[in-house]
Ligand binder design. Structure first.
Ligand SMILES: Cc1cc2nc3c(=O)[nH]c(=O)nc-3n(C[C@H](O)[C@H](O)[C@H](O)COP(=O)(O)OP(=O)(O)OC[C@H]3O[C@@H](n4cnc5c(N)ncnc54)[C@H](O)[C@@H]3O)c2cc1C
Length: 368
């Protein structure tokens, strides 16, 4: 039976993150967007909460918590409610940690994971997207070719968060056996990290284009195993992040509409606004339920590649597609509800609209 009741432990995690998000992240969000900088003290405080590295086994210095897509969804929603750019910065190391935990052999885990249990924030990242028309994660243009005992990576990537400071980059490329992931230390010859990108939203998140020119790796850099469960986890996380952004916009617009008076009454009393708010609430709950359903299937062990159709892939894709459209609609409505005030940067709704716009392109277009 489907059950979305968080356990006591999950509730405790959610409350802790919600408190941190409200007290520490949200007050820093506007300044971070204006300056493009996230305070390192904030990043360090979040690191010390242990949310990013909690699933690393005790043998490698972590807390050894069992990875759960549902717990991840709860964390993502709360962090993104506070600020999407900061949330993605804090979560970026998981782009290495989770795949290595899921697919890495003992040697790979021993080699990589201890770096992410160090006392200070350690950046890690994944390079998935490519700067070309018709990007599809299943049809990557970046290639991985065998050269004797080694592997050569060639291609270009974009929107790679924290690439300039990441200890490891997990590069996704097309190999002889299909799409595969490769652990690339940042100082590997042939890996060229370009200028920081200038994006419409998430201005506080440092993202980069990078090129791989005969980037030579030992064969042991490849993670072996099916990637679809990883992509499904990622889709669930993105959906939950979108729900968080939308909830932030809804909360703000609702409170504003209750305060703002026009023609003698609060605008929340006008049907035009009340209906808009009701639709926003419905859309957010619908996206959250889709997200949680996909997360529940993953946690129930129904996400094996053989179950691609009946397993979590379908739900994860539905959730991500729905959430990407939903967040755009909800944040746009929030700007509209604030009238002219929504368009100026004193209010955060324009920031949420710019940030929310990105979900339709992250890890491939929403319509692909
Ligand atoms: C880029 C930009 C340029 C501008 N330039 C000018 C300019 O040159 N000159 C100038 O004078 N003004 C200008 N404005 C201001 C603009 O005219 C006002 O923003 C606009 O009239 C809306 O008023 P408001 O922002 O106070 O919104 P509000 O009146 O607070 O409205 C907020 C929300 O409530 C809704 N609402 C309000 N009353 C009702 C009602 N009775 N029933 C149902 N819904 C209602 C609105 O549709 C809106 O969604 C500009 C605004 C922008 C964003």
């Amino acid at each position: 039976m489907v059950n979305f009741q968080p356990t006591e432990e999950q509730q405790l995690i959610r409350d802790t993150i919600a408190g941190f998000a409200q007290e520490i992240i949200r007050p820093a969000a506007h300044e971070a967007d204006e300056t493009g900088l996230i305070p390192s003290s904030l990043v360090q405080q979040a690191w010390e909460l242990g949310i990013t590295q909690s699933t690393i086994p005790e043998a490698w210095g972590g807390a050894g918590e069992i990875p759960s897509a549902f717990t991840g969804a709860l964390i993502c929603e709360e962090l993104a409610w506070a600020d999407l750019a900061i949330a993605l910065h804090l979560l970026a190391p998981r782009l290495v940690i989770q795949p290595v935990l899921a697919l890495g052999n003992d040697t790979q885990q021993q080699h990589v994971l201890p770096a992410y249990t160090e006392p200070t924030f350690t950046a890690g990242t994944a390079a998935v997207m490519e700067p070309r028309f018709g990007f599809d994660v299943n049809e990557l243009a970046t290639t991985a070719t065998r050269r004797n005992e080694d592997i050569l990576l060639n291609g270009a990537k974009c929107y790679t968060p924290l690439a300039a400071e990441a200890r490891h980059l997990l590069v996704y490329a097309r190999s002889e056996s299909g799409v595969a992931a490769f652990l690339v230390p940042r100082d590997t010859p042939g890996l060229v990290i370009g200028e920081r990108e200038k994006n419409m939203g998430m201005k506080a998140l440092a993202t980069y284009e990078l090129t791989l020119n005969d980037c030579r790796l030992p064969a042991s850099a490849q993670l072996n195993g099916a990637l679809s469960p990883l992509l499904n986890r990622s889709r669930v996380a993105l959906s939950a992040l979108a729900v968080g952004v939308a909830r932030a916009a809804f909360d703000y617009a609702r409170d504003y509409a209750k305060e703002r008076r026009a023609f003698g009454t609060a605008i929340a009393q006008k049907q035009a606004i009340a209906f808009m708010l009701a639709d926003m609430a419905i859309e957010i709950d619908a996206a959250r339920l889709l997200t949680w359903e996909a997360a529940w299937k993953i946690d129930a062990g129904q996400d094996t590649p053989l179950e691609a159709v009946s397993g979590a892939t379908r739900e994860a894709c539905l959730a991500k597609n729905y959430a990407a459209n939903m967040v755009l609609k909800v944040t746009d409505n929030a700007v509209q509800i604030l009238g002219g005030h929504g368009y100026i940067r004193d209010h955060p709704v324009e920031l949420w609209l710019r940030n929310g716009r990105g979900f339709a392109t992250f890890e491939g277009l929403a319509m692909v």
